[in-house]
Design a binder for this molecule. Structure first.
Ligand code: HEC
Ligand code: HEC
Length: 248
């Protein structure tokens, strides 16, 4: 076995071990009231219960620099809450997330969202497919200025010029893996991911060319957030189109 193969086997085994642990911990989340009533061997704190989540999303929700998992720490609370509800109610379809949220109440999803929102924003990311300078330039152009010819607004108009997101419900776009970003944009374009209305991201991704999705995903995945960055308190300008449920 080459070193590379050994590393891959090690990684896969690691994931399998985590999956077993996740299944055990899933029960802890799902049967939370029962757990609270049982004799407490493990302290029933929210940190303890949410170990189910940090297996994949990283300590404090700051997913590591490997693979697909989105970081969730420090994202706006209402945004995180909307996503948990979206998985539970059929607007997003990643099976583990659908399963984990399927029996949880709105009140508990709020509690989970608030916990992760209070953590710090993402980590540095440096992995992305190698692309030519013209692709990176197109990505940056779309993020900062949009494309008036295609009626695409600048991403920064809603996601903040820092790309750190805006309270209460617009997420930051830094610290996310390329594969995750690309999949989200492609899913919106195809209708596989939906947001609570008005769903501007569905409209924006349909206006973009398929190559543009790749360009913004690559460019964004190379941007860094400072560890103490926070979402902005409010939008810097009037949003270019109606967008996103702001219900907390
Ligand atoms: C087995 C790994 C795994 C576990 C365990 C897990 N997640 Fe996820 N989670 C994911 C993946 C992968 C995605 C992205 C899915 C997609 O493509 O839509 C995701 C997406 C999310 C999102 C949306 C992020 C965004 O930026 O839109 C939130 C919020 C979230 N998870 C919270 C949680 C919480 C809370 C828990 C614990 C109850 C949890 N996750 C457990 C893998 C996991
Ligand atoms: C008019 C405002 C607006 C504009 C312009 C906008 N967005 Fe968004 N975006 C949002 C809102 C609101 C959400 C949260 C939607 C939800 O609740 O699911 C979002 C969510 C996202 C997400 C999901 C992040 C995650 O963690 O899953 C990505 C990726 C994204 N936008 C990328 C972009 C890109 C790239 C552009 C520019 C081409 C852009 N957005 C332009 C408002 C906007």
């Amino acid at each position: 076995m080459t070193t590379m193969q050994a590393r891959i086997v090690h990684k896969v085994m690691g994931r399998l071990r985590w999956t077993t642990r996740v299944l055990g911990l899933v029960l802890a989340v799902a049967v939370r009231p029962a757990l609270a009533a049982a004799p407490a061997q493990i302290p029933d704190t929210i940190e303890q219960r949410l170990k189910t989540c940090t297996v994949c999303h990283g300590a404090h929700g700051r997913a590591g620099n490997d693979g697909y998992y989105p970081s969730i720490g420090g994202k706006p609370g209402a945004y995180l809450y909307h996503q948990l509800v979206n998985f539970r109610d059929g607007r997003r379809h990643y099976p583990t997330m659908v399963y984990l949220t399927s029996n949880l109440t709105d009140a508990y999803l709020h509690e989970i969202a608030d916990y992760f929102a209070a953590q710090n924003l993402a980590i540095e990311r440096t992995e992305a497919p190698t692309v030519g300078p013209e692709v990176l330039a197109r990505g940056e152009q779309l993020v900062r200025n949009g494309d008036p010819g295609r009626k695409v607004p600048a991403c920064v108009a809603c996601h903040d010029s820092s790309l750190g997101g805006v309270l209460p419900a617009t997420p930051g776009l830094v610290g996310l893996p390329h594969d995750y970003l690309f999949a989200q944009l492609a899913n919106w374009r195809s209708g596989a991911r939906k947001a609570l209305p008005p769903d501007c991201m569905a409209e924006i991704t349909k206006r973009l060319a398929p190559d543009d999705l790749r360009a913004v995903a690559v460019w964004l995945s190379l941007q860094h957030a400072s560890p103490d960055a926070r979402p902005a308190a409010k939008l810097e300008q009037v949003p270019p189109m109606e967008c996103g449920s702001t219900t907390p």
